[in-house]
Design a binder for this molecule. Structure first.
Ligand code: AMP
Ligand code: MG
Length: 479
């Protein structure tokens, strides 16, 4: 029995210069490690015996390892460019990923189904086109956790072990393939590649395609820019509100849809630190926690620069695009205030509330307070325990109590704005170590707890910050 996926492909119908048709390269011994049944059902891929055809784990493994290409798929590697750490690379493209095709999901939204780690493509450069188990499971867990937190993100549909070793700096590692679902894989870099080459017709086609797919109400290229800026501002504020550090906010990892994409060296912070960096390759701290808003604006400025190339009146377009991008810091600020206000129980925070938020963050920074657990404990007796300078916290707490006295729904708002469970870095490392040794129990445990991150009765051991010897100081791209 082969799996039926109701493909409805549109990217494959774009001009051939947008992509390279490329079948996946089969792996030796595919073994299904994880499958997201609820997501599959949303996508119209129903494998439950009582509803759809009886498809077992071995069949799913064949499809989501790339060994069997399902009917209707049109596998292709997408072309794009991008600024990596500020330097423009005129050609990147999917070097280890393939778009299998698209489906229209139950809500009527077009979604990409993409294999990651499915073998080399014309854009692989020196890479092997593969991924190892660690980053595959990390992306699976963290992207699903992000979704459960209510933050726009690509999703994880399947993880399959390949049964093949792959070689990285650490030596031979078990290979794996991730199936990722996105509302599209269009990036800032997709626009940059055509703008850089002066391919105006292609740029126009791409712009029309993006508008039709993501913001049909948008008026032309500048309307698209406006929509992307707004989506990015909301996304970055959402990341900040849960202590998330993306780690590689290159323009090729900045999705037009406003979804979080490319979970490489990303991490959730434990102790609050505005300057926190995890990625081992981010030596200058370009993508540090507190720099993320600035970088999002910079990325949108690159999109503006690319989009302008297709405008008839370039001077007018520059003026309009500049105004749109310059409006972004204020949008970010508003979104940030709203997110952090909610974390303090303030339904309609104003700029007058900003010092209250900033003073708490400053205290958390100087006291090394745990980001997640501090917000989760506010309003309880244990909040003080997060701070070494208890008197300073008490003084802040008195101010805060006075402010929320007039907020009848503070408690409920805080309960749905302050997660208890985040994918802590040390737990991700322990989960990967166990999975490499064949034990998927820590993975299952994380997935279960992270599905309900606001539940106060969550798995207490997974709420705990790392002990001194569990701290993971750096993360790796895993490429
Ligand atoms: P990333 O840092 O994952 O966003 O990747 C940056 C670029 O490197 C993209 O074009 C990827 O497709 C490519 N890439 C990353 N890892 C590999 C790999 N193992 N083989 C081939 N290309 C890769
Ligand atoms: Mg990428």
């Amino acid at each position: 029995m082969t799996l039926h996926i109701p493909f409805d492909n549109s990217y494959a119908a774009l001009p051939s210069g947008f992509f390279s048709a490329q079948p996946p390269v089969a792996v030796k011994a595919p073994d299904l490690l994880a499958f997201n049944q609820p997501l599959a059902a949303q996508l119209g891929i129903d494998t439950r015996p009582d509803i759809g055809p009886d498809i077992g784990p071995a069949d799913l493994a064949q499809v989501f390892a790339g060994n069997v290409v399902p009917d209707g798929a049109a596998p292709l590697a997408q072309l794009y460019a991008g600024h990596q750490f500020g330097n423009f690379n005129p050609q990147l493209g999917d070097g280890r990923a393939l778009l299998l095709g698209e489906v229209i999901d139950q809500t009527g939204t077009r979604r990409d189904i993409q294999l990651k780690g499915s073998g080399p493509t014309p854009y692989s450069r020196m890479g092997d086109g593969r991924a190892w188990l660690g980053p595959v499971l990390r992306e699976y867990v963290v992207s699903e956790a992000m979704h459960a937190l209510g933050i726009p993100t690509t999703r994880a549909l399947a993880a399959v072990a390949s049964g093949e070793p792959i070689w990285r700096e650490q030596g031979a590692l078990p290979g794996a393939v991730l199936t990722r679902v996105a509302s599209s894989h269009l990036r800032v870099g997709t626009f940059q590649v055509f703008a850089h080459r002066g391919q105006v017709e292609e740029l126009k086609t791409l712009t029309d395609y993006a508008i039709a797919r993501h913001c049909p109400q948008a008026d032309g290229p500048m309307g698209l820019l406006k929509a992307v800026c707004a989506a990015q501002a909301d996304l970055i504020a959402a990341w900040m509100s849960v202590g998330f550090i993306h780690g590689v906010m290159n323009t090729d990892n900045c999705a037009i849809s406003g979804e979080t994409i490319d979970y490489g060296p990303c991490a959730f912070m434990d102790a609050y630190d505005e300057a926190r960096v995890f990625s081992s390759i981010d030596q200058q701290g370009r993508y540090a926690f507190g720099n993320q808003p600035r970088i999002a604006v910079w990325n949108c400025a690159q999109l503006a620069t690319a989009l302008i190339q297709q405008m008839d009146d370039v001077d007018a377009a520059i003026e309009e695009a500049t105004a749109i991008v310059h409006a972004m810091p204020a949008q970010l600020q508003t979104a940030w205030l709203h997110r952090f206000g909610a974390k303090l129980g303030l339904e309609h925070p104003t700029t007058d509330d900003q010092p209250l938020i900033e003073d708490l963050l400053a205290l958390m920074q100087s006291n090394g307070a745990d980001f997640t657990n501090t917000f989760a404990a506010l309003g309880t007796d244990t909040a003080q325990d997060q701070f070494t300078d208890r008197a300073a916290f008490d003084a802040w707490n008195t101010r805060w109590q006075a402010r929320i006295a007039s907020e009848p729904d503070a408690k409920a708002l805080m309960a749905r704005s302050n997660p208890r469970i985040i994918p802590r870095n040390h737990r991700m490392e322990q989960m990967i170590e166990a999975a490499v040794a064949g034990d998927m129990a820590p993975f299952e445990r994380e997935m279960k707890a992270l599905a309900t991150p606001y539940d106060p009765a969550s798995d207490p051991d997974l709420m705990r910050p790392p002990t001194q010897h569990e701290i993971v100081p750096a993360t790796f791209c895993g490429t």
